[in-house]
Design a protein around this ligand. Structure first.
Ligand code: UGY
Ligand code: MN
Length: 244
């Protein structure tokens, strides 16, 4: 018998692991006939919001961005975003002040969203709405290790203050060193499993798990099992992190 009092999920001051067994839905105005799990947000001390949306028949996710930019990635299924058909692996970026409408989804379609308040940069235009396809984005070896491949989904352009990347690790592949950095991460496992070290604590992780890493949360990962481990993650970038 499953013990319902046990979970792998933890919420700590500088990191969190949120596993599917703990998901509780939120009602979001304008997001109807869908299940929305807000996995990470400012309430836990984060500088981003990350949500998982599961569409039901007749599901609609619509609204207008205000101060935040909004990124949607199709994990599985199909849907129409502002009249453009998207399927698994495809994504869309909405800058602040943009109307969005997602509908026509097959029941069970899963979307991941990242939301971040946009920080303008003098001399650089606010990015424009655009669509992309992770299948068309190259995944070069990370820091010279062919067991690790990194795909960068958003343009590497100073207009953007956030990055969204997909990291693929062959079984046994691991980060080359313990990262200690000011940038924050929100992350979702798309495939496989492994062990994450967060602030010197060790967590078995797998497909469906979400992780929040606050600035300076120390981090290291190794993939386990018979298939590559794949996660998609957010990172704040391109802005000076202290007042000037
Ligand atoms: O981009 C990154 O900082 C990345 N290497 N971090 C991570 O995967 N935890
Ligand atoms: Mn990192």
């Amino acid at each position: 018998m499953e013990i319902s009092a046990l979970t792998r999920s933890v919420v700590k001051s500088n990191h969190a692991l949120i596993c599917p067994d703990g998901h509780v839905n939120s009602v979001i105005p304008g997001w109807t006939n869908c299940k929305t799990n807000v996995l990470i947000n400012e309430q836990m001390g984060a500088g981003l919001c990350q949500a998982l949306i599961t569409m039901e028949a007749e599901g609609v996710v619509s609204g207008k961005t205000a101060v935040s930019q909004l990124f949607f990635y199709v994990i599985e299924g199909i849907c129409t975003v502002n009249d453009t058909l998207l399927s698994a692996g495809q994504f869309v970026y909405f800058p602040p002040g943009e109307n969005y409408e997602i509908k026509g989804a097959s029941a069970g379609t899963k979307l991941l969203s990242f939301h971040k308040v946009y920080e303008p940069l003098e001399g650089y235009p606010t990015p424009k709405l655009f669509f992309g396809d992770s299948a068309k984005i190259p995944g070069p070896a990370f820091l010279g290790d062919p067991a690790l491949r990194l795909q960068v989904l958003l343009p590497e352009d100073l207009s953007f203050d956030m990055a969204v990347n997909i990291f693929t690790y062959d079984p046994g592949g691991h980060l080359p060193f313990v990262e200690t950095h000011v940038m924050e991460h929100g992350l979702l496992y798309l495939q496989g499993q492994g062990v994450y070290m967060l602030n010197h604590e060790w967590y078995p992780v797998k497909k469906g798990d979400a992780i929040w890493m606050a600035p300076y949360c120390q981090q290291w990962f190794t993939a386990m099992g018979k298939e590559p481990a794949v996660y998609i993650y957010y990172k704040n970038v391109n802005r000076f992190p202290s007042p000037i």
